[in-house]
Write a protein that binds this ligand. Structure first.
Ligand code: SF4
Ligand code: SF4
Length: 354
């Protein structure tokens, strides 16, 4: 089976489908997400959090806000659910955000009220002139003011920096700035999304262009995998799989309270365009429908469903007509290509304690 309830250590949440930005490689700005009106303005509620957190003892769970389609701080229901989450005394609460939202006084209160178990990850991919190349619609000045208010009031924070060709030269300067401001960590990572689409350039908003660095290990690994297996799709079908989330005793819950094994599974159902991922997902939908994993309907009994009990592991280890391998698994957790942007064996990632 995937993970029994009592072994879950972390729940990652896509609290909302709202965001104030339009990052060009985000799932909400690509692959037809915006063409589906039912995707708009979805938020988890206080009642949802009561279902989510009720079975877990105090000081056990990490609650991680890092979504596919939204920034939790853009949600009107976030504040009351955060207060409730804190009252349940989880081991940790972590919020990943673009930081270009809410007021300085809100950030100061966030630090003062939750400093014991809260960490914020600010996703800032550059400095004054460059952050908004990728974080389209953000204000660097506002992010810095918010981060300062949070840090000056005792908040703990990490600065995450996705490197592109246009901001690579600023990494050392950003790291120094993070240290001067009181960030505890500075984390450089890169995106694999150029590599899996077999390109090094992509248009951004307002005629901007994003470019990958050729030294990105994802690019090299992608080429090596294609050469060894004949194609990336063949690799996806044949590679051994080491499930990142099972290893970490983690699950993912989307903004409709659907329970998934990981964040990558939480995306395909919401894409308006045909992709290899949602084509592969159609097999699941045909067998199980779209509500088999609804925590609103089944509570944590959803974990008893065949999908969690036997589908996943069979699809990794001995896929057949019924337990077909899902494209997402081979692409993301195969042995020779690192899809995630900051974890696993991604050799170019540097996380520094400041
Ligand atoms: S800030 Fe996050 S959720 Fe919002 S558009 Fe960018 S990547 Fe997507
Ligand atoms: S993509 Fe598949 S193998 Fe990878 S973490 Fe998710 S469920 Fe596990």
């Amino acid at each position: 089976m995937y993970i029994p309830l009592e072994e879950i250590q972390e729940i990652q949440l896509d609290h909302t489908s709202r965001c104030n930005l339009e990052c060009p490689q985000c799932a909400r700005t690509t692959k037809g997400w915006a063409s589906l009106p039912q995707n708009k303005n979805l938020d988890l509620s206080l009642d949802d959090y009561k279902i989510l957190l009720e079975p877990f003892p105090r000081n056990k769970l990490k609650v991680f806000h890092c979504g596919n389609f939204g920034d939790a701080l853009a949600s009107p229901t976030f504040d009351e659910t955060l207060s409730y989450t804190a009252s349940q005394e989880p081991r940790a609460i972590v919020i990943a955000t673009n930081g270009s939202i809410r007021s300085c006084s809100w950030w100061a209160d966030l630090a003062s009220n939750h400093k014991d178990r809260l960490k914020v990850i600010f996703s800032i991919d550059g400095l004054d002139k460059t952050n908004s190349e990728y974080r389209v619609g953000s204000s660097f000045k506002k992010i810095m003011a918010n981060a300062k208010a949070f840090l000056d009031n005792g908040g703990k924070a990490r600065w995450d920096f996705i490197e592109f060709k246009h901001n690579f030269h600023q990494i050392e300067e950003a790291k120094k700035r993070a240290s001067d401001m009181g960030f505890q960590e500075f984390n450089v990572k890169y995106t694999a999304r150029f590599a899996v689409e077999n390109k090094t350039r992509q248009s951004s908003k307002n005629n901007g262009v994003l470019e990958d660095r050729k030294t990105n290990h994802n690019q090299k690994d992608f080429a090596a995998v294609q050469s060894q297996y004949g194609s990336f799709d063949q690799y996806v079908n044949e590679t051994t799989i080491d499930c990142k989330y099972k290893r970490g005793r983690k699950v993912f819950v989307d903004m409709n309270m659907r329970l998934w094994p990981c964040c990558w599974f939480g995306a395909p159902l919401y894409l308006g365009e045909h992709t290899k991922q949602n084509q592969s997902f159609q097999h699941l939908v045909k067998m199980y429908g779209t509500e088999f994993n609804s925590l609103r309907t089944h509570g944590w009994g959803a974990l008893e469903h065949e999908f969690f009990q036997s589908y996943l592991e069979n699809s990794w280890e001995k896929p057949d007509d019924k337990f077909q391998r899902i494209y997402t698994c081979g692409r993301t957790c195969g042995g020779k290509f690192e899809f995630s942007s900051g974890y696993g064996r991604n050799q170019n990632v540097t996380t520094a304690r400041l």
